[in-house]
Design a binder for this molecule. Structure first.
Ligand SMILES: NC(=O)c1ccc[n+]([C@@H]2O[C@H](COP(=O)([O-])OP(=O)(O)OC[C@H]3O[C@@H](n4cnc5c(N)ncnc54)[C@H](O)[C@@H]3O)[C@@H](O)[C@H]2O)c1
Ligand SMILES: [Zn+2]
Length: 523
């Protein structure tokens, strides 16, 4: 855990004070309860301050206290329920870990039972709580990290907060040694620290696109500068259609202009397209320079940034020109997912679901049970579980000689679609469609029970992913496009098919009419 303050906010009755105390004990930090401090300074109870001096007087002093506390570090701070409704106060705490505690109206009323002093709750309590929650909802929604508290003890909630905030380190064994994946919130600001073990040159390149640069470019560059690096930000246009050799050539030109040397690192800041393109350039520039992945999409965090496959597309097919280039390190800052558009979140969920199907039935079940699929949030535990499936497979078969192929579930159909769509279809959507086709093919060939097929399709649909093919591509076109796929071996297309949730295999000799039938059934 880094030294930044942890600020707990949320509605009254969500447990800010008791959770704050438990959290401070757990982390051995000083605890500050803002309302108590304000009461002590004024020498009177909150209700009296409101009654005698008015709410705006209180809010002014509250804002001043926010500024005072924000200057410190290592504190656990419980704010008053209204403190972070103010955009200005939220800005004051921009560098802290801000956590919003949530509770249902019933739970709030239960916890406030017998507490009749609250100045903002005079009158019928339920009506007041509902109205205030409504009024503050939009402001609370601005806070990225929400922790549910219903039916939980303060200690349990404190543990949940630590789980969300403390970065995890997952090590990946490769034939070239092990590399770490750092996974957690707000890691971007410590980028420089994570680079220290690698004896890198001062000069380096931060490869990104305009979209990601606007959101995170400055923070990443500043973190590198603080650690003594001199990063050159190198932009490539946003989109899969730029994942090609022309873009790579442009990267080489800029690396040369930036005077990069053998120990200069290439940082890939962005989604899978940035990682694959910058990684291919890093694998080949000066016969290979150190490469660090900073994935900012769900898909890149759980899949493309780990495992060392890097590639660009050719008009004849996806990823046809590539290399194995293990990253020196992956810094996966999960708070970057807060800005991800809905469609990109869904695209990433396709690979998360894929990892459940190929190697973790418990992950699959967990996703089935998620009640808030439309909220489009994924917890730290789920992220780690999903990426561990890939790590496990890559460690067993780093160069895709056998079981690493399992990671291509849905990709034979999917990449044919991407090629036919001239790379205008999101990779994750193509994979979702491909998994639906593979599930149908598997059920037809008696690899899996029809129920398994239905469960896979239902989970994809739960996350609003497509499971029916666009009619514009005929079965004949799809089958022809599969011919250009790298998964072709001795002229035969291979499919990864599920036996059951959590276990897949390679189907080598699937008759073409069976493939056609599965495609037909998928429109
Ligand atoms: N190398 C591998 O092992 C591997 C595995 C899976 C997929 N891939 C490749 O990954 C690519 C797909 O990656 P992707 O889904 O990340 O797509 P992407 O890189 O195109 O990113 C999707 C969109 O999200 C934007 N974006 C990125 N981070 C953002 C953020 N934090 N907030 C807001 N917007 C953000 C991007 O600018 C882009 O417009 C494909 O080319 C696929 O072939 C590679
Ligand atoms: Zn994929």
């Amino acid at each position: 855990m880094d030294h930044r303050n942890i600020v707990l906010t949320g509605f009254m009755g969500t447990g800010k004070t008791s959770v704050g105390r438990a959290l401070a004990r757990l982390l051995d930090r000083v605890f500050v309860d803002m309302d108590t401090w304000l009461e002590e300074r004024e020498g009177m109870r909150l209700a009296e301050i409101f009654a005698q001096k008015g709410e705006s007087y209180f809010r002014e002093h509250e804002s001043a206290l926010c500024c005072e506390l924000a200057a410190g570090e290592n504190l656990v701070i419980a704010t008053g329920g209204g403190a972070l409704v103010s955009a200005e106060n939220r800005k004051t705490f921009a560098n802290a870990h801000v956590v919003c505690l949530d509770a249902s109206v019933d739970e709030i009323l239960r916890r406030l039972d017998g507490d009749d002093e609250r100045p903002l709750l005079q009158g019928d309590k339920r009506t007041r709580v509902e109205a205030l929650l409504q009024a503050r909802g939009a402001a609370y929604a601005q806070i990225a990290l929400h922790i549910p508290t219903d039916r939980q003890m303060p200690e349990q909630i404190a543990h949940a907060i630590v789980t969300h905030l403390a970065p995890r380190e997952i090590r990946v064994q490769t034939p070239n040694g092990a590399y770490p994946i750092h996974l957690g919130r707000d890691l971007l600001d410590q980028l420089g620290d994570y680079c220290k073990p690698f004896a890198l040159a001062q000069s380096c390149a931060l490869v990104t696109n305009p979209t990601v640069r606007a959101l995170y470019g400055d923070r990443a560059a500043e973190a590198l500068e603080r650690a003594g690096f001199e990063p050159t930000i190198v932009e490539i246009p946003d989109g899969e259609q730029y994942k090609n050799l022309d873009t790579v050539r442009g990267l080489y030109d800029q690396f040369i202009a930036a005077k990069l040397e053998r120990r200069s690192a290439i940082f890939a800041l962005g989604g899978g397209v940035i990682g694959d393109t910058a990684g291919f350039a890093a694998a080949t520039f000066l016969r290979g320079v150190p490469f660090l992945q900073i994935p900012t999409t769900l898909l890149a965090i759980v899949d493309s940034s780990i495992g060392g496959k890097v590639a660009v597309d050719h008009p004849a097919g996806k990823n046809l020109i590539g290399a194995f280039k293990f990253p020196a390190c992956v810094i996966a800052d999960s708070s970057t997912l807060d800005t991800l558009p809905v469609e990109e979140f869904r695209a990433g969920m396709a690979e998360v679901i894929k990892h459940g199907v190929i190697g973790d039935s418990a992950l699959f079940d967990e996703l089935r049970k998620v009640g808030n699929a439309r909220e489009l949030k994924v917890g730290a535990e789920t992220l780690e579980r999903a990426l561990r499936v890939k790590v496990g497979i890559v460690e067993q078969d780093p160069f895709e000689e056998n079981i690493r192929a399992h990671l291509n579930l849905g990709h034979t159909f999917g990449q044919a679609l991407e090629t036919l769509a001239h790379f205008q279809m999101r990779h994750g959507y193509a994979v979702a469609l491909g998994m639906a086709c593979a599930a149908r093919l598997a059920a037809n060939l008696n690899w899996c029970h029809p129920q398994t097929r239905d469960e896979i399709i239902a989970l994809l649909e739960k996350y609003e992913l497509p499971t029916h093919l666009p009619r514009e591509f005929s079965p004949a076109q799809m089958i022809a496009a599969m011919g250009a796929d790298k998964k072709v071996k001795n002229k035969r297309v291979r499919f990864i098919l599920p036996y059951e949730i959590g276990r897949v295999g390679v189907a080598e000799n699937v008759a073409e009419d069976e493939v056609g039938r599965a495609i037909q059934e998928s429109y």
